[in-house]
Design a protein around this ligand. Structure first.
Ligand SMILES: Cc1cc2nc3c(=O)[nH]c(=O)nc-3n(C[C@H](O)[C@H](O)[C@H](O)COP(=O)(O)OP(=O)(O)OC[C@H]3O[C@@H](n4cnc5c(N)ncnc54)[C@H](O)[C@@H]3O)c2cc1C
Length: 339
């Protein structure tokens, strides 16, 4: 019989991030499939609000490590907290959200517990069988492990976040003895673009992909890069979509050409780029070549705007292709969205 623990941490507001609620769903489903119970372990400066928000989730135990030392995403204290909770729970199967905070410590915690770790897990079925992708999302494997404890980091976007009534969770505090060494690293702050400058939005409902066509000579014999930038940023501002790009376009940016300054290689979608997850995608001025489209594996509904009726999207890669000028289309869409 597995002893299941879902291990989460609070966010900067003292709440549970969406990824934690998704991991909670994964734990509930796994416990139900195995016919057993599960416990929740929470780490943070003050975990009361977070624990109460999931009081009715059905966990048999709520274990916590809290205190100011656990406010920071710091390897030494996070690993110590996770290890202490896992030991207190006697966990054999530890599910945790694949947040940057847990991704940093998961392997170390598994090592300390004498267990194993798997990351980027996208599904759990039949009890303790996990699925994950290999070789840049080309091969999907279903696997299980004999070793315990088994730490499983669940990718976000793969499970529905748990929702339910708040209440009063009955907490069990787990003691962690910290020395000065544990706390010699200090997180002094975060550097992140403001939300308007931030174009990669993993939780967005829509992915807008900008291709190199935005920078190409148009029917009037000229390029219109500043106008392209305005249209794309206008669309993003109005829809809060996430921005993806093709390799051709980000390569141009990297070479210092006057292209779209807000694009970096982090925006690149495809074989040598990212494989984002969004319910819908709109490709603009992108040819839809396979090395790019392979990155759309997890985009459910796909539409494309391209002048070329023979572009790759028109060959069965999109649900809808608009054979049209993307400048005209996005301009009109922005106008309609502004009304
Ligand atoms: C090993 C390898 C790995 C690669 N990895 C990736 C990857 O990870 N991601 C990736 O994106 N690519 C990747 N590529 C490159 C990929 O094969 C293509 O070269 C690239 O995706 C093309 O980018 P694009 O469609 O933006 O540009 P183009 O091929 O130049 O297409 C521009 C498109 O814009 C259209 N257009 C122009 N003006 C307008 C307008 N006004 N309105 C509407 N449409 C317009 C044109 O009709 C054209 O179809 C890889 C290639 C290799 C060999």
């Amino acid at each position: 019989m597995e002893t299941i623990l879902v291990l989460v941490h609070t966010d900067s507001e003292g709440q549970l991030p969406r990824a934690a609620l998704e991991a909670l769903t994964a734990a509930r489903q796994t416990a139900a499939a195995l016919g057993g119970a599960f416990s929740v372990g929470i780490v943070g400066p003050d975990v009361t609000a977070a624990a109460n928000s999931i009081a009715s989730c059905g966990a048999a135990r709520f274990l916590s490590v809290s205190g100011e030392a656990f406010a920071q995403a710091r390897y030494a204290t996070d690993a110590a907290a996770a290890e202490a909770i896992a030991r207190a729970a006697g966990a054999t199967l530890i599910l945790a959200p694949g947040t940057s905070r847990w991704a940093r410590v998961a392997a170390g915690v598994a090592q300390r517990l004498g267990g194993r770790v798997d990351t980027h897990v996208t599904g759990i079925s039949g009890g303790a069988k996990i699925t994950r992708w290999y070789y840049r999302q080309r091969m999907e494997a279903t696997l299980t492990r004999a070793e315990r404890p088994w730490v499983v980091l669940v990718d976000s976007g793969c499970f529905e976040p748990w929702t339910g009534a708040a209440g009063t969770a009955s907490m069990e505090a787990v003691a962690v003895t910290l020395s000065d060494t544990h706390q010699r690293t200090s997180v002094t702050g975060f550097q992140a673009p403001s939300s308007d400058e931030q174009t990669i939005r993993p939780d967005a409902k829509l992915l807008l992909v900008a291709g190199a066509g935005w920078t190409k000579t148009q029917s009037d014999g000229k390029t219109h890069v500043p106008e392209a930038a305005k249209l794309i940023l206008g669309f993003l501002g109005l829809t809060k979509a996430s921005l993806g790009s093709t390799k051709s376009l980000v390569d141009l940016s990297g070479e210092g050409q006057a292209v779209l300054p807000f694009l970096t290689h982090l925006n690149q979608v495809g074989q040598t780029g990212a494989t984002p997850r969004h319910p819908k995608g709109l490709s603009t001025c992108c040819h839809g070549e396979e090395p790019h489209v392979v990155g759309w594996r997890f985009i459910n509904e796909r539409r494309a705007v391209n002048l070329d009726p023979n572009c790759g999207w028109a060959r069965g890669k999109a649900d809808v292709v608009y054979v049209a000028d993307a400048f005209a289309v996005i301009s009109k869409v922005n106008e309609l969205l502004t009304k």
